[in-house]
Design a protein around this ligand. Structure first.
Ligand SMILES: Cc1cc2nc3c(=O)[nH]c(=O)nc-3n(C[C@H](O)[C@H](O)[C@H](O)COP(=O)(O)OP(=O)(O)OC[C@H]3O[C@@H](n4cnc5c(N)ncnc54)[C@H](O)[C@@H]3O)c2cc1C
Length: 332
């Protein structure tokens, strides 16, 4: 079994930045990622989108940002293992054994859980045909806009994801319908404004889908208006269901890590330590004293900085918490 001072679980934006920071603070670490690629929610949920709220980067494609975060994570040769799902954490005196894909693989002194929203699955609308046409026109995200070229596309949802997808697809798809179950959109004002002004987008409000029909492919959706109960069918080539995800914090059976009441977030203190000594958590996975989380890359990154500094102090009690400025380094 290999020994590390720190095992970082998850290589989403937070785990990648933590990997870099561990290197910056000379912590002997390995980062374990369940998927075969890094970046967490980015490649899964919004690879084609632009990101505007990372300090110092006015505008960047999400996958390009992921690639830059990976490059930064590797600056100190941080070890990242892909396809490595942590299935259990087993206490071992003052240390922990990490079980990966069912096999005990590593021994470590500290753990940083950066598992984001954990095992997340897209929320379903739950109408007839949804499962039958999944992958045959029914999608839960947009990974490649060009796939929808010339199509008539319906998008279900009223939040940022649904309206962002609508704006992105409007130039490529022939026609885009956004179907929302009430009359209040939750998307950012600018996003909504853009969608409302786009002649290729029709917003259908107070409406739910009650059936998805087709043959070998989706062909049609049936909808019902919640106010007057009128029904209408529209012909579509694709249906994108963008009504959020259901997340669940990872449960590691040999340790009892305290989670929030809804079980979605790991509870941490101001040093990002859980109720268990040596087990820390940060990023979308964690909530400080049950406070609402700010699921944003920049916020998660800042918190990861603080967490790694406290982990350094935990591993080396004589170390200072603040590790100095990176600008003092003279890297190649
Ligand atoms: C549509 C959309 C648009 C967004 N746009 C922005 C934006 O413009 N700006 C912004 O700042 N933020 C944005 N976000 C939010 C941002 O993506 C998240 O805040 C960020 O991804 C959180 O990073 P994380 O590493 O904490 O978690 P995640 O990205 O969820 O990554 C967690 C990683 O842990 C891995 N993992 C989970 N369990 C295990 C396990 N047991 N073993 C090993 N690995 C495991 C997962 O596979 C995953 O790779 C957006 C999110 C969405 C959904």
């Amino acid at each position: 079994m290999n020994n590390y001072d720190l095992v970082i679980i998850g290589a989403g934006p937070t785990g990648l930045f933590a990997t870099f920071l561990a290197g910056l603070r000379d912590i002997n670490s390995i980062t374990l990622e369940a998927l075969d690629y890094t970046g967490g929610q980015i490649p899964e949920l919004y690879p084609e989108k632009m990101v505007y709220d990372v300090q110092g980067i006015p505008k960047i494609n999400a996958m390009e940002l992921r690639d830059k975060m990976y490059e930064q994570a590797k600056l100190f040769d941080g070890e990242i293992k892909l396809g490595a799902k942590v299935t259990d954490i087993i206490p071992n005196n003052d240390q922990y054994i990490i079980e990966v894909n069912g096999t005990k693989e590593y021994n470590c002194k500290a753990i940083l859980i950066c598992t984001g929203i954990g095992d997340f699955t897209p929320r379903k609308i739950g109408c007839p045909g949804e499962d039958e046409f999944k992958g045959k026109g029914v999608e839960y995200n947009v990974k490649d806009i060009t796939k929808f070229k010339g199509m008539t596309v319906a998008i279900v949802g009223g939040g940022d994801s649904a309206l962002d997808y609508a704006n992105e697809l409007a130039g490529t798809a022939k026609k885009v319908y956004v179907i929302h179950h009430n009359d209040k959109f939750k998307a950012a004002e600018k996003t909504l404004d853009m969608a409302m002004k786009n002649p290729h987008i029709s917003l259908i409000m107070n409406t739910s889908i009650n059936a998805i029909k087709g043959d070998s492919q989706i062909r049609e959706i049936s909808m019902i208006n919640s106010n007057d109960k009128t029904t209408q069918d529209i012909k579509v080539d694709a249906l994108i269901i963008a009504i959020g995800h259901v997340g669940k914090a990872n449960v590691f059976k040999s340790v009892n890590i305290e989670t929030s009441k809804n079980g979605r977030s790991i509870m941490v203190d101001n040093e990002y330590q859980t109720n268990l000594k040596g087990i820390f958590s940060v990023g979308d996975a964690a909530t400080v004293a049950g406070e609402p989380i700010h699921p944003l890359i920049a916020v998660d990154g800042g918190n990861a900085y603080i967490a790694i500094n406290f982990i350094k102090k935990y591993l080396t009690p004589t170390a200072t918490i603040f590790g100095g400025h990176s600008s003092s380094l003279n890297l190649k």
